[in-house]
Design a protein around this ligand. Sequence first.
Ligand code: FES
Length: 159
Amino acid sequence: MAERILTDKMIEEIRAFIPRYPSKQAVTVPALHIVNEHLRCVPRQAVVEIAQILELHPSQVQDTLTFYGYFKQDAPGGKCRVWVCRSIACALRGADELLEHLEHKLHVKAGETTPDGRISLEYAECLGACEHAPCILANDDLHQSVSPEQAEQLVASVK
Ligand code: FES
């Protein structure tokens, strides 16, 4: 049997959501976020354990996980996840060049994490700030009208 991956704290945090939602299944997304905050990914064993807590089949939790594309499963994401918007407004205003610049500076491709675990570089779809394209989301912070130089400074400032 696989070793348990969810800590008591994670389980407690997930259980605390149950009374606040109309069904246990509705707690799936918060549960995934809780695990992701602690582990920076949601491994398959965590999916199984979330399913047990929520009385679901693991495939139901896995379906939700893969639907969003936000959660990493096979390895932890970087301490900072840098999302470069590639939707139309940003694409028209240089998002591809921005991404290429960051790939070059960080020596990773989009979807990868730097070997020191500092930064994951990723694509995002529209970040809702098209009038300030191109945009980058760094963890929870939105950066607008970002030049390649500013993007470079941004990733350099991540400790
Ligand atoms: S297209 Fe990039 S923020 Fe909308």
